[in-house]
Design a protein around this ligand. Sequence first.
Ligand code: HEC
Length: 398
Amino acid sequence: MDPNLGEWLNLVVRWTHVITGIAWIGSSFYFNWQDSHLHPPEAAREGIEGELWMVHGGSFYRAEKFGVAPATLPKTLHWFVWEATYTWVTGVLLLFLVYYLGAKIYMVDPGVSDIGPGAAVAIGIGVIAVGWFVYDLLWRSPIGRTPVLGAAIMFVLVTAVAYGLSQVISARAAYIHVGAMLGTIMVVNVWVHIIPSQRQVVAATRDGTEPDVARARAASLRSLHNNYMTLPVVFIMISSHYPATYGHPQGWLILAALSVAGMAVRHTFNLRNKGRAALGYWISGAAVAGMIALVYASAPQFESDTVDTDEPVAFVTVKAVIDLRCVPCHSAKPRHEDFDKPPEGVAFDTPQQIKTLAQRIFARAVVSETMPLGDETGMTQEERDLLGVWVRQGAPLE
Ligand code: HEC
């Protein structure tokens, strides 16, 4: 695709994706918040379990929650399904635009495995599709009756998927596919469990029959799963900006650790909503301590096996490596067909540009090895070590 058209399409789809995602997660957070702030009405009213007064934008609002479905339903009843659906549709479009159309640079990494772009895309789509069925079967099975056990098994399975993907496709694609798999599970939960159960309750109310309690209970468990998956999924969606996470040699473990932190924070809110705030704060405190430990535990290690660290590395050698491996993309006029301007505005045409970005070069090409993108230009270990030693020596231009 024409790079300029590609960039605009990417912008429009991503913009829509973020907005629909905010609408979806925002309304879900809002209902959670409402549920935890309802109080029994001051003057008791038939069927009303709790009420909530709010002021927003200069107007007053009163929300009422019915203990069971009201005796008669109004003509218009609002559903919350399109936010999730559009978030998913735009997410899939974005996955195609960035990762599948650009599979050669975004999906594969010869430093990870030598599968081709087609196989990588097939694996990615397969994981997203199969993920839902495995998840759904797990929770329909007897294990589903013990939520804590089910959640533990889920966590192990998702971590295994992250590990497995990280052994075959690029680190960045591995992360995004775990996110896409979880996001798909959340949306299909809405389509297959949550909305149909609500429809059944509405129909039962209209016909004056008994609602299907077992089904409603199953749906509310799925809703709770979505609630806990939200924070990890949002992290994964922004993870491509943080090569220190996905680009770490044990990136899958970092993903698992950050997911635990995200779920712990979510749990704190849920506990607070149940009036057990103190326990929640301990849990979040532990999550924060864990994240601080993670920052240190995951600090990049650099050891040069191929280049003598005591010998000064000449800049001409560094420049030759960068010209060969980076400049095809990172130049004011890139030679690479997928780019018509330097990615992220990063160009290595002059010695000064290279020196200014020495620390980023170190982060991307030496420790996380997330550059060259998809290792398109086939960088060798010796070249990475060379850049690393040069940066450690203070990135001299002499
Ligand atoms: C095939 C094209 C391509 C090649 C070759 C390439 N890059 Fe990149 N680079 C990109 C793209 C696309 C981005 C933006 C996406 C991203 O940050 O992952 C990027 C972003 C960057 C950034 C800015 C983001 C940040 O983390 O600071 C740096 C620095 C960088 N590359 C360094 C390098 C170095 C060093 C090399 C050579 C060893 C290199 N790149 C080779 C495509 C390439």
